[in-house]
Ligand binder design. Structure first.
Ligand code: FAD
Length: 386
């Protein structure tokens, strides 16, 4: 007799494992998670782990706030560690014409109970003396932020889900989703059929490999991102705020030893999804951006580097919920570069959608795949301003 489950989750990154945990926490424990490699082997294991809550749309703020609340209390919720470290979050703009964006983010944040302050270059100098501010017009500081270890988040959710009864299987690639007369009946994996009335696509950059055979495809871009890490500077404290220059498309956080993890955002199409490699030609650009913003970093060197894939939708919001093509098939795709921080919210929203027919805690009604039905919408600036 073939194996059965009430729900199958495809993908063992932060999203799949969070959905497994939240389903089990809500009482659905006959769940099978299938991961083709090892847990966190996709985008999750390559993430920088920044957790922050400053966004320009209400749904983003709601997802991110839920994420912050759960990741900053991970041990009491899951019994596992997310290796979360609280830090302030500083976002800056180069031109005053972008001030309305910061004001809007601050206003949405205040409505959601976040603690945010608009700051002048002088205020920033006091907060982060090593940061160059002569080309900064203004900034926004948010208290509800920090960073975590994304690998620990995925393995933590998986361990907690397992304790509740969820089956987690690695080295188990799903070949396709099985559908009979418009309804999901399970998946085919390792030449075996596993029966289930619910299947969740949490396959990250590979999401369309499962979607395409069902007759639709999400308009996602797969970008390859490059990360470089500096050695610590002995005179820069290790707990400076997380920083994002939203006009320069540049960000960093510090490691616990004080080294700077640098991310310079350029949209380069991904080639090798399974083993993205460091582009060393990018190093000079990342170092130049870092030394421009924190001149003392000229006295450090690059100690580490890696690369990974992000899955962006045109409006830079995730795609969550059911599909018309197959009853029982749910999407949790297109995390648009911030899947770790919103993974708790996505897990909860999908669990509520599957079990209650709709997400009660966070309104995700605008995040269905049908928003892309009329063709590919114009690209939204998302977090970045130009
Ligand atoms: C360089 C970089 C920096 C980032 N920084 C941040 C950050 O600071 N903060 C933040 O919140 N986010 C960040 N992100 C984004 C974040 O990492 C992703 O949004 C998140 O990890 C997506 O998780 P996921 O579970 O959807 O995908 P993945 O982690 O890719 O997981 C998908 C899993 O599905 C498995 N899979 C695929 N197909 C199949 C199949 N057919 N059968 C079985 N298994 C399958 C894959 O092996 C993979 O393990 C960053 C990403 C990168 C690359």
């Amino acid at each position: 007799m073939s194996e059965r489950a009430e729900a199958i989750i495809v993908g063992g990154g932060v999203i799949g494992t969070s959905i497994a945990f939240h389903l089990a926490q809500r009482g659905l424990t006959d769940v099978l998670l299938l991961e083709r490699s090892h847990l966190a082997s996709g985008s999750t294991g390559r993430s920088v782990g920044i957790v922050e809550t400053t966004y320009g749309t209400r749904v983003n703020v709601a997802l991110a706030k839920r994420g912050y609340d759960e990741l900053s209390h991970f041990p009491s919720i899951t019994g596992e560690s997310a290796d979360f470290h609280p830090r302030m979050y500083l976002e800056t703009i180069a031109e005053r014409r972008h001030l309305p964006y910061l004001e809007q983010a601050a206003s949405l944040g205040r409505d959601a109970g976040l603690h945010q302050t608009l700051v002048s270059p002088e205020d920033i100098r006091n907060l982060f003396p090593e940061l160059r501010v002569d080309d900064v017009a203004a900034g926004l500081v948010t208290q509800e932020a920090g960073f975590c270890d994304p690998h620990s988040v995925a393995t933590g959710y998986a361990a907690a889900a397992k304790r509740l009864g969820v089956r987690i299987r690695t080295n188990a690639a799903v070949e396709r989703v099985l559908v009979d007369r418009g309804e999901v009946t399970g998946v085919r994996a390792a030449a075996q059929e596993v029966r289930a009335p619910v299947v969740v696509n949490a396959a990250g950059p590979w999401c369309n490999e499962l979607n395409r055979p069902l007759g639709f495809e999400l308009p996602v871009d797969l970008w390859q991102r490059q990360i470089f890490v500096t050695t610590p500077h002995p005179e820069i404290p290790a707990d400076r705020p997380l920083y994002i220059d939203i006009t320069g498309r540049f960000y960093f956080r510090q490691e616990l030893d004080g080294g700077f993890v640098l991310g310079l955002v350029e949209d380069v199409a991904a080639r090798d999804l399974a083993s993205p490699e460091t582009d060393w030609e990018f190093k000079a650009k990342a170092v130049a951006a870092a030394v421009h913003r924190v001149p003392m970093l000229a006295e450090t060197s690059i100690a580490n580097a890696w690369s990974g894939i992000v899955t962006f939708t045109p409006d830079q919001l995730p795609v969550l919920g059911p599909v018309r093509e197959a009853k029982g098939f749910y999407l949790a795709n297109g995390m648009s570069g911030y899947g770790v921080m919103i993974s708790p919210a996505v897990g909860l929203a999908l669990a509520e959608t599957i079990l209650d027919g709709g997400s009660r805690t966070i309104d995700i009604s605008g995040l269905g795949y049908e928003r892309f039905r009329g063709g590919r919408p114009a690209r939204d600036a998302g977090l970045w301003l130009s």
